[in-house]
Structures are given as structure tokens and as C-alpha cells.
Design a protein around this ligand. Sequence first.
Ligand code: DC
Length: 224
Amino acid sequence: MKKIPNQIAMDGTAASGKTTVGKIVAEKLDYLFFDTGIMYRVAAYGANQKLHDVSDEAKVSEIVENMNIELQNDSVHGVTNVLLDGQNITDRLHMPEVDKIVSTVAAYPAVRDALTKQQRRIGLQGRVVMVGRDIGTVVMPDAEMKIYLEASPETRAKRRYLENLSNHIESETYEMILADIIKRDKDDRERTVAPLKPADDAVIIHTDEYTAVEVAQKIFDLMG
Ligand code: DC
């Protein structure tokens, strides 16, 4: 008989397939899918709107601590709507401007602290697939299943480039996306608080050669 984990933590580098795979797994199990990267994107977007620059750690942290972020799962369209102080900003969160500043904001300890608390609360409700960078190490260290997805920077840049095209975002070339991914990997891995790394008990899956459906199948196979 299958042993279905109550909490599934899924971490990995930018564009490693966490979101697509996580959604497939959550849908099949009828679990909540929760993308914590969205929260860091909202924080970066919101702070940048107010300050036009995110280099002042104290000011950014204060803004984020007082933000009212609501996530609404729209299961009909398979998307999570994000409201910042009541305004739907979902379609702005994957703009290149946000990609460029998000890892700076995500490295601020007070920002991480504020968002981690909210993520833990959601995790405790169980029946959840939570994706991010530090879910298995910091947010849900007791999760019964921990997955870490990896792929080469080139594969990930290609995926993101094609995804942008299908979303009619054409302002960035493949080379620009690749450079951004390499920089974000470095920032995410080298920050002092909650750096990107696999938990000791995570299963590492290399996704270069596989489709999202195949990766999801590997995860189901791990459940026995
Ligand atoms: O997964 P993503 O590309 O949407 O994440 C956006 C940024 O947020 C990424 O640079 C790393 C950061 N992040 C994080 O530090 N911790 C998480 N749990 C999720 C995302």
C-alpha cells in the first residue's frame, strides 16, 4: 500500500521545474499547492513599487513586515491569484524587473523571518506540496517527503525562455535569461540565512532529460 506523505517539501534552483512538477503532484493527491517563491516575488515587487529601489534593507524589511499578502488558489484555471493590499498583481510577478531584484530581497533576514512564519502556518495544516528554496531545510524540516530538483543552467534558461514566449514576454533573450539564472543561483546559494541547498534527507532528482510528468511519476514511485 502507498504511504502518502502529509507534507511534501520541494526545493531546487530557479526554473528547475518545481512549480510545474509540484502542481502535478498536488493535483493528483488533491493537496494544496503552495509556491513560496511567489511570496518573495510579492515582497520584491511591493517594496520596489514603494521605494523604486530595494537596496535599503531596513526600509524594505519594514514594508514587507506590514504587507497584507493574500493567496487565492483558483483551481478552475490552475493558478494562484496573488493580492497585495487587496490588488491583484498576479501577472506582474514574473516580469524581468522582478526576476532581477528578488534574490536581493530574499536575502534580507527580516523579510525571510516574516514570510517563513506565514509559510510554516500553512505547512502545519498538512496535505500540502510546498515549493521553494528552503522548505526541506528551514520551513518544514519535519516533512515526510523532501525532494530537491536540479537541472543545468542551460536547460533551465531554455525552459524559462520558452515559458516567457508563451506568456508573450519577449523583452529578454536566451542569453540574458541564462545570465540571470546563473546570478540568482549564486545569490541563493551564498546568502547567509537559509541558503539554497538540499536537506540531508532530500531525494535529489536531475530533471534535464525528463518531462515534468515523468519527474512527477518518479516522485509517486518514491511513495512505494
Ligand atoms: O522560485 P522563484 O524563482 O519564483 O523564486 C523567486 C526568488 O525567491 C528566488 O530568487 C529565491 C527566492 N526564494 C527563497 O529565497 N526562498 C524560498 N522558499 C522561495 C523563493
